[in-house]
Design a protein around this ligand. Structure first.
Ligand SMILES: Cc1ncc(C[n+]2csc(CCOP(=O)(O)OP(=O)(O)O)c2C)c(N)n1
Length: 244
């Protein structure tokens, strides 16, 4: 019998605790496949912050470090500078990266640290029960804006890939979505490119992934994919913003 698919070795043979339909599991798989592709499992280090991303420490089958909320870029900087041969990446949600950790990510990118950021943008604070994030869309309801985000009160959603792209140092800045098989394949290629940059000793790579949160968006997993297509992508355009 011909084998058509196998679990990446860089993923543990375990059941995930992510909510039904959550795309964090998809991101874990794509990252693990990329690490397998480059045969870097023994030298990969994921730096996790706080958020649903933290759960992935149980699912990845390589070394992980958990940092304080928002501080993964600082911890990753120290790790990569001490161990330049390791493949070091941060795996961060939007509350983590664009709110409490905004200064950390800006300075890490601005210094051009030779590491990779995987930024999972689901437009909400998932782990803590659906509070508004810097990326919550205008009009989108959250537990801290029950009538929908009002820009007069909360400002507009932050486009982090574009903000990072204003800096000189990064070598790769891109945004992908995880709502269709075609988009997932583009995201996979982007993650591979970001890791390849790092293995070639190039500078900082930032990969934003438009994800979902069926539980806190209050929609079915299927409808959450339509939400990404109809609401997230028009505000957060897809593509490679920089590819040096
Ligand atoms: C210093 C600190 N402040 C607040 C919290 C509470 N907290 C835990 S996770 C989280 C937000 C996570 O949201 P996000 O980064 O968008 O990730 P998601 O869970 O949606 O994947 C917050 C505010 C904390 N753990 N530590």
């Amino acid at each position: 019998m011909q084998k058509t698919y196998a679990r990446p070795v860089s993923l543990q043979p375990t059941v995930s605790g992510f909510c039904p339909g959550c795309l964090h599991g998809m991101v874990c798989k794509l990252v693990a496949e990329a690490i397998d592709k480059f045969d870097m499992r023994e030298k990969a280090v994921g730096i996790l912050p706080i958020g649903c991303a933290t759960l992935s420490m149980e699912y990845y089958n390589f070394d992980m470090v958990v940092s304080a909320h928002g501080r993964a870029p600082a911890v990753a900087t120290g790790y990569k500078r001490c161990r330049p041969d390791n493949l070091v990446f941060t795996y961060q949600g939007d509350g983590d990266l664009a709110a409490i950790g905004l200064a950390e990510i800006m300075h890490c990118a601005n210094r051009g640290e030779k590491l990779t950021t995987i930024f999972v943008n689901n437009g909400i604070y998932g782990m803590t029960g659906g509070q508004m994030a810097p990326t919550t869309l205008v009009g989108q309801k959250a537990t801290t804006c029950v009538n929908g985000r009002d820009p007069a009160q909360a400002g507009y959603p932050m486009r982090m890939a574009e903000i990072i792209n204003t800096l000189e140092a990064p070598v790769y800045v891109a945004r992908f979505a995880l709502n269709t098989p075609a988009n997932v394949l583009k995201a996979k290629a982007g993650i591979e490119k970001a890791f390849k940059n790092q293995l070639e000793g190039k500078g900082y790579s930032f990969v934003e992934l438009l994800s979902n949160c069926p539980t806190n968006w209050g929609v079915s997993p299927e409808d959450s994919l339509k939400w990404i297509q109809e609401k997230s992508i028009p505000y957060f355009p897809l593509g490679e913003l920089r590819n040096n």
